[in-house]
Ligand binder design. Structure first.
Ligand SMILES: *[C@@H]1O[C@H](CO)[C@@H](O)[C@H](O)[C@H]1NC(C)=O
Ligand SMILES: *[C@@H]1O[C@H](CO)[C@@H](O)[C@H](O)[C@H]1NC(C)=O
Ligand SMILES: *[C@@H]1O[C@H](CO)[C@@H](O)[C@H](O)[C@H]1NC(C)=O
Ligand SMILES: CC(=O)N[C@H]1CO[C@H](CO)[C@@H](O)[C@@H]1O
Length: 855
């Protein structure tokens, strides 16, 4: 296979020095060859052949002409400010000013803390956006390390499952072509030539490149994002009077105060409001433009401030923004900025851009790969401060999963013999009639972590509702997520049966995914006897083949069998890195995603050998790429440490009756359904055709709109996880010659020179086995049967919304007079493709302005 083009940016010798390979080899050596692997020669001779958002917690009835609730408008009308180019003369003081604001803010608290032990330290201080940008702009660029970052990161990005599809996206996918590797080469050229002469401009350009791929599993958050955040002046909201008429854009607080009498926004910075938003939303993480549009706005269930407020974390290129209203007045508002910090990344000792570069930008672990006891720490551990508008909520859920797997270690790969009896006492798994999210009434039952709430609408056909805005707990340290989720569902469905409740609404609005196991669990509880088949494949470029070879060496048939026997003999809890390091290695390899041992092919057989699993197979037709065999999870290896209903210790569950008929189920989304949510939605769609779907919101174009519009990728892998695989390879196959070393350096991900708090790629593509083109579902946007715009009807009161939807679908007298597009009765569904963006509007891409600023 071809070598990665971006690698040719540097001479091989320089690359090796820069990438610091020797410490990796040394590490393997220091740890001894504890693993028995295929002879190294075989490996090399036959190498694999290829805020202050006060509004977010209020519930205000915008239905009423006179609103209830108190809202303080956070906006100030101020002076006019033109575009701003930092002047080098401020570079020496910009960071010092922010740092001293930080220090003085903290000192107030530490003096208070001396007398009051309950003082909670702040984690941010408001600063002027211009000063924040001056400081970021003053960070010097290190050309050599930036080029090393580019060539190093390209090896991570090669694992992005859709990298070739993105270059040449299928028709009707609404994805603009993005050539990631080609763009990296261009970035490298701009760095070399001096077009990019400031470090922050490189960071912004790199993040924008990934964001244009609209894959919520693909992203990277540099350390600098933890120190400075930019914000819009307030949140916007998009509301139609009746859910059918096209919506208009309002300032959230205006709408809350004046209802539909409020003046709506007609222009932003002089551009037509919809054109401006279309442009702005193009950096959102959903595949569907309608879901990206929804993400711009504040929402209530689940609560979010919207990207107009969070600005994707970017300096918007200037300090003010102007809005023109339907009453013809134009007002200018200040953007906001915050200096922020956490225990790992803070402003201590930062007086200059150089300090910022040394303390924050650089990855201290670059020249030495961390030891295996700290597996997964690519860079400094920097928990993101809690921020309601934080980017990458999709990733955070998935990352939680990764952490949890590390904590429980082998628990993720146990076998059926042992999985039943929990060794600890279970806590109370479900709660009844307790507060849940921000709904006016608590659900009949919810799990202990508040992941899912089950309601019965007393007044409306006794409809049952499952509200699930994420497939994982908000708390990173939550326990018993699967057990609690299972118990809540079982309790809920038993009660539905007792009541004779026949209709079910499933609300997945805002659901960006979470634990894969929970998506399957929900499906199996709904359809106990049905197969839960969800097929995927991975990209099998050279790096993936190397990793699969290493996984195979560790988790061979024999080693897997031994592991199973060992678990049966000594117990799951005794498999650990101290007493049974080899068994732990096998378990980790099985769970790495590169092993065939916990997969099944479309004939429900484990692929018989490495070659059968990894191929590489070529894809006929659309793209020129190589991929693995199409497989599904083997649920005899429980996901996330527990059995899914219908498998293993819960296999008898498959005999249960289904709690609802499929024509009595309505799936409600806002298009942002991503990751695990798409696995669940796809199971409903493929295996249970006939389930009705409703999607809320989207661009005011009266076209069909996708009900599942987030990333369809079915597993995310963090850079930490990929680096762990690299370490495994080097330990198994320490290179013996320079050529071998070079081969590895050219093909596997290694430490990167710049630190980041989060980075990941989409690893698995979901594929329908019956699709002859085998196109990843990322590129299939399928319209909901019924589309409704957001309207005051139920906007702040989901219980009410569910009732009205239930009447629309199954009863009479709904407040909704039908759907804006499509319908919910038989044969009324939307058909056709989701329409493309509105006519291309020639507007200045203000987002790119800072990029074009002469250095
Ligand atoms: C027009 O509407 C805006 C936004 O609600 C408001 O701030 C402004 O005062 C209004 N102007 C007039 C003249 O009514
Ligand atoms: C249904 O009625 C019960 C009993 O009065 C109440 O606790 C519950 O909150 C009601 N549910 C809804 C969704 O209104
Ligand atoms: C596909 O990629 C391979 C490897 O880069 C290249 O040799 C081949 O020419 C490409 N084929 C097509 C049809 O583009
Ligand atoms: C079940 C659960 O986690 N409930 C929590 C919901 O959020 C409120 C407010 O943060 C908590 O007090 C509850 O414990």
């Amino acid at each position: 296979m071809r070598t990665i083009a971006a690698l040719q940016l540097l001479s091989a010798a320089k690359l090796i020095a820069a990438i610091s390979f020797p410490p990796l080899a040394a590490l393997a050596q220091a740890q001894g060859d504890t693993t028995t692997a295929a002879p190294i020669q075989a490996f090399y001779t036959a190498p694999p052949n290829s805020s202050t958002s006060a509004s977010s917690t209020q519930t205000v009835n915008i239905n009423a002409a006179t609103p209830t609730g108190t809202v303080t408008a956070p906006r100030t009308v101020t002076y006019t400010q033109t575009n701003y180019t930092p002047n080098p003369s401020v570079f020496s003081t910009a960071c010092a000013e922010i740092s001293s604001s930080y220090a003085s803010r903290l000192s107030v608290y530490s003096s208070r803390a001396s007398t009051d032990s309950t003082v909670i330290y702040p984690t941010r201080v408001p600063v002027r956006p211009r000063e924040a940008w001056d400081c970021l702009y003053s960070i010097p660029i290190n050309r050599e390390l930036t080029l090393e970052f580019i060539s190093g990161v390209s090896k991570y990005l090669q694992f992005q499952s859709t990298i070739e599809y993105l270059k040449n996206p299928p028709a009707n996918s609404l994805q603009e072509p993005v050539d990631i590797i080609g763009s990296l080469e261009e970035l490298a050229e701009q760095v070399r030539s001096g077009d990019i002469a400031h470090h922050i401009r490189f960071e912004v350009a790199f993040r924008k490149l990934l964001q244009r791929c609209h894959d919520g599993h693909l992203g990277l958050s540099f350390n600098s994002n933890s120190l400075i955040a930019f914000r819009g002046p307030f949140s916007l909201i998009s509301i139609s009077p009746d859910a059918i008429e096209k919506p208009k854009v309002y300032v959230e607080t205006d709408l809350l105060e004046f209802g539909l009498d409020a003046a709506y926004v007609t222009k932003i910075d002089g551009y037509d409001v919809e054109a401006w938003i279309a442009e702005f939303a193009d950096y959102g993480s959903s595949q569907s433009p309608d879901a990206r549009y929804n993400d711009v706005f504040a929402n209530r269930d689940p609560g979010s401030d919207g990207t107009f407020y969070t600005l994707y974390g970017w300096y918007p290129g200037k300090n003010t923004i102007s809005l023109t209203y339907s009453n013809s007045s134009t007002h200018q508002y200040d953007y906001l900025a915050y200096a922020r910090w956490n225990s790992a990344l803070n402003w201590d000792g930062i007086r200059t851009g150089e300090d910022f570069y040394e303390n924050i930008v650089l990855n201290p672990a670059y020249f030495q790969v961390s030891s295996s006891s700290q597996e997964g720490t690519v860079n400094r551990p920097a928990p993101e401060p809690k921020d309601p508008g934080a980017l990458y909520h999709v990733h955070k859920h998935s990352d939680k999963k990764a952490k949890r797997q590390m904590r429980t270690g082998i628990a993720t790969t146990t076998t059926s013999a042992l999985r039943s009896a929990p060794t600890q006492d279970l806590p109370q798994l479900v709660y009844f009639n307790e507060p849940y999210m921000r709904h006016r009434v608590g659900p009949y039952v919810q799990d202990l972590n508040g992941i899912i709430g089950g309601y019965f609408l007393n007044d409306t056909l006794d409809t049952a509702v499952l509200d699930i805005s994420s497939f994982s707990a908000a708390d990173d340290d939550a326990e018993f997520e699967i057990e609690g989720f299972q118990a809540a569902l079982t309790t809920f469905f038993a009660e539905a049966s007792r009541r004779g409740s026949k209709k079910l609404v499933i609300d997945v609005r805002g659901n960006g995914g979470g634990l894969i196991a929970l998506g399957f669990e929900l499906y199996k509880q709904l359809f106990p006897a049905a197969a839960a088949r969800s097929y995927y494949r991975i990209r099998t470029h050279e790096g993936a083949q190397i990793f699969a070879t290493a996984a195979e060496a560790l988790a061979s048939d024999e080693a897997t069998k031994d592991l199973v026997e060992l678990i049966e003999r000594i117990g799951l809890e005794n498999i650990n890195g101290d007493d049974t390091p080899e068994a732990l290695e096998v378990a980790l390899a099985i769970n790495s995603g590169f092993s065939r041992q916990n997969t099944l092919d479309i004939n429900a057989k484990t692929p018989k050998d490495l070659k059968t699993w990894i191929g590489p197979y070529t894809i006929d037709g659309l793209v020129n790429d190589t991929v693995s065999l199409l497989v599904e999870n083997n649920f005899n290896f429980p996901l996330q440490g527990s059995d899914i209903s219908g498998f293993g210790s819960r296999s008898e569950f498959a005999n249960n009756p289904k709690p609802f008929e499929k024509e009595d189920i309505l799936l409600l989304s806002d298009g942002t359904c991503a990751s695990t949510c798409t696995i669940f939605a796809e199971l409903l769609k493929r295996e249970q055709a006939g389930i009705s779907t409703v999607v809320m919101g989207g661009r005011p174009n009266d076209g069909p709109s996708a009900h599942v519009g987030g990333t369809h990728g079915s597993r995310v892998l963090t850079y930490a996880n990929l680096l762990r695989n690299s370490r495994r390879v080097v330990q198994l196959y320490p290179p013996e010659t320079e050529a071998q070393e070079e081969y590895l350096v050219e093909n596997i991900p290694l430490a990167l020179p710049f630190g980041f708090t989060y980075a990941a790629i989409n690893f698995r593509d979901s594929i329908r086995p019956e699709d002859e083109t085998a196109t990843p579902l990322q590129f299939a946007l399928e319209p909901a049967d019924c589309r409704l715009y957001f309207s005051p009807i139920g906007f702040t009161d989901s219980v009410y919304l569910w009732g009205e939807l239930s009447k629309l679908k199954w009863g009479t007298g709904s407040e909704f007079e039908g759907c804006a597009v499509g319908g919910l009765q038989k044969g009324e569904g939307s058909t056709g493709f989701v329409p493309d963006d509105p006519e291309v509007v020639e507007i200045v891409n203000y987002i790119l302005q800072p990029m074009k600023t002469p250095a």
